[in-house]
Design a protein around this ligand. Structure first.
Ligand code: ADP
Ligand code: MG
Length: 345
């Protein structure tokens, strides 16, 4: 490798294009960007007003001519033009005007179709990438969580993001089997919204519901069930703003349905796992990643339901992007993680 090559390598990027958050890793630097996957658009001018954190603040707070969108909401690319715009915006922002286009490794939900894969690669190429590779999120998450994915050992990873939960069994750098369900963090927040409306006659926004989930949400009973939180919203009957106090126990109850969908997906994947790999998983435990892994007691719930030890990754929100980073830094050894349809020419 000549000096020029080494110079250009330092701009290589790993991107976690998540349904809730996008993160960017720059080789030699580490994680340089972590922003919500949200774009605010001024429809009159068809212009992006804000991207990332600034746009997320506008969710549910926009005047008629502005829309704040989550282009990947359900784990598919719901709005391609906006997804492309967002990806280009983030790549350009971290490129800082450098001229040599980088090699980019992008982690995407495994449910994304062939057409959408092509589209993501094209967007990255248009943003200046000289080589684009796609990697399935569970594989990147496992690498980022430090699992020995290159070994002939079965590892199970559960990645609970905003839009999708991905359950995968990996061995020898490959996905042996996987399942993706469109129930994850967003559905947990939605369940809280619906509960507040039905039981407390309180209409709350998406952001408030997420706040409740993060502050007092839990998946398994604890001694804290009486912990309360004040929630503000619009009273359904009077139409006026109102504050209601809710308890941890009732919030857990309100999320029981989406939580059981996640648990069932894990059980189904375990049932389909070949015996040798299942034995490895029993020995090694299950790894939990993605923002949803931060829900209090979720590891205990899954462990209780499956009888297998569950570990939460050290930094669940960063696993995928750290995985793309490790692939960049060890490109030759880990090249096999890309499937042929995920490789740019
Ligand atoms: P994606 O990969 O789809 O972008 P992330 O892995 O970034 O998703 O996770 C985002 C999800 O994690 C959101 O639904 C968010 O509400 C949830 N989340 C983040 N922090 C917590 C927390 N402390 N407790 C529960 N859920 C959390
Ligand atoms: Mg993710």
């Amino acid at each position: 490798m000549g000096p020029f090559n080494r110079f250009s390598l330092s701009r290589d990027m790993g991107i976690d294009l998540g349904t809730a958050n996008t993160l960017v890793y720059v080789s030699g630097k580490g994680i340089v960007l972590q922003e919500p996957s949200v774009v605010a658009i001024d429809q009159d001018k068809n212009n992006p007003l804000a991207v990332g954190e600034d746009a997320k603040k506008m969710l549910g707070r926009t005047p008629g001519n502005v829309t704040a969108l989550r282009p990947l909401r359900d784990g598919v690319i719901a709005d391609f033009d906006t997804a492309e715009l967002m990806l280009k915006h983030f790549i350009t922002r971290v490129s800082e005007g450098r001229l040599v286009p980088p090699r980019i490794v992008i982690g995407i939900p495994s449910g994304v179709t062939g057409v959408e894969r092509r589209a993501v690669m094209e967007a990255a190429a248009q943003a200046g990438a000289r080589e684009v590779y796609l990697i399935d999120e569970p594989v990147a998450a496992a690498i980022g969580a430090g699992l020995p994915v290159a070994d002939p050992t079965g590892n199970m990873i559960i990645d609970i993001g905003g839009g999708t939960t991905e359950v995968a069994v990996l061995s020898l750098q490959g996905t042996v089997l996987s399942e993706s369900v469109r129930v994850a963090g967003d559905e947990l927040s939605d369940a809280i919204s619906q509960y507040m409306k039905k039981v407390h006659n309180l209409v709350i926004g998406e952001r408030t519901a997420e706040e409740v989930k993060i502050r007092i949400g839990s998946a398994y009973p604890s001694d804290n069930d009486d912990q309360g939180m004040e929630v503000r919203g619009l009273h359904l009957l009077s139409g006026l703003p109102r504050t209601v106090t809710v308890k941890e126990g009732e919030i857990r109850e309100s999320m029981s349905e989406p939580l059981s969908v996640i648990v069932e997906a894990v059980k189904r994947t375990l049932e389909r796992t070949p015996p040798e790999l299942a034995a490895d998983i029993i020995d090694r435990g299950i790894m939990l990643a993605g923002g949803g892994a931060l829900l209090k007691g979720l590891d205990t719930l899954i462990s209780h339901e499956t009888g297998i030890v569950v570990h939460v990754a050290a930094d669940p929100l960063s696993c995928v992007v750290l995985g793309t980073g490790r692939v960049l830094e060890n490109f030759k050894e880990l090249e096999r993680v890309f499937s042929s349809r995920s490789r740019s020419i």
